[in-house]
Design a protein around this ligand. Sequence first.
Ligand code: FES
Ligand SMILES: [Fe+2]
Length: 348
Amino acid sequence: MTARSEQGTNVTSLYPFPEGWYFIATRDAVRKAGLVERTWMGEQIVIWCGAAGQICVARSVCPHMGSDLGPEAGTTIVDGRLVCPFHGFEFDASGQCVATPSGAPARSARLELFEVHEVAGLIFAWWGLRGRPPQWQLPGLPQSGDDWTDLQIRTVRFAGHPQETSENSVDIAHLSYIHGYHNVTGETPVVIDGPRLESRFGFSTTRRIAKVAKLSLEVTAVANVVGLGYSFVEFKEHSIGFDARLWVLATPVDGKLIDLSIVSRMRPLHKPKRFIVGLRFLPPRMRAPIMNKFVADLQIRDVQQDVVIWSRKHYVPRPRLVRTDGEIMKYRAYCEQFYPSEREPPRL
Ligand code: FES
Ligand SMILES: [Fe+2]
């Protein structure tokens, strides 16, 4: 899933693993692979599907004698149970050892599980400082029908921090300077409610398609940041007339690198106000998936422009701001709640 990896020279004094919900896999990927292992928060986790279809996430260490529990070590999933490759202990979806090859289950053997939340087939796991349980939940999606396209997902890995990537949603000034947007407006003040932050903005932009045609878009957007791993943006494009949804999901990998996943989906385009090149020749049901791919390509191009900066920047705790910078300090004050062990964000 990782499209590009950049080590970078990012320097931050922020604690690398703020508390929150973080994207770890899609349900589809878990279903296809059976068992997924990945690195987050500096350690390995495994993800599989239990007997009743529930997604399970556990630390990838067997409580018996410490085997790794990833597929490369030889772990298997049998009837929704995770079977350790070392001595064959079996663990159910609650993490409990329920069988061993030699007789009675080891009652004291239990996997360390993480809480899981699913949004539109995207799987999130809760990371609590010092093992704290979830302090808040991710919101459900706004009700607006179920006719959205499948998800397009692109992931980039680079040296960075989730607080700095989410800061983009209030950093209005960079939209025109880096991404070349025009008429950028921060329409209302940023609204903060506990772990939620809402920011509204608008812009217009002109993009090239396949180096031959120009496409002008006029967009208004509402960004919902819910913790530092989850941003959900609803876009309305007004000149063609389409709706798009975008998730920007940052997951710390090892204290230096993060995975940033851009996920998009789009509403079917039944009656576009105007056609972009080639779109009129497609059957209506094909238009939205192709536009969605196009929008995903545009978004990942924007993100790659940001990554050049993010992966090399320093975190400046007291930025020297100007009036047109947007509500950076209000955002930074909001972020402090995700480092609950100290009043100030914990230092490395
Ligand atoms: S280490 Fe897992 S069963 Fe022994
Ligand atoms: Fe950006």
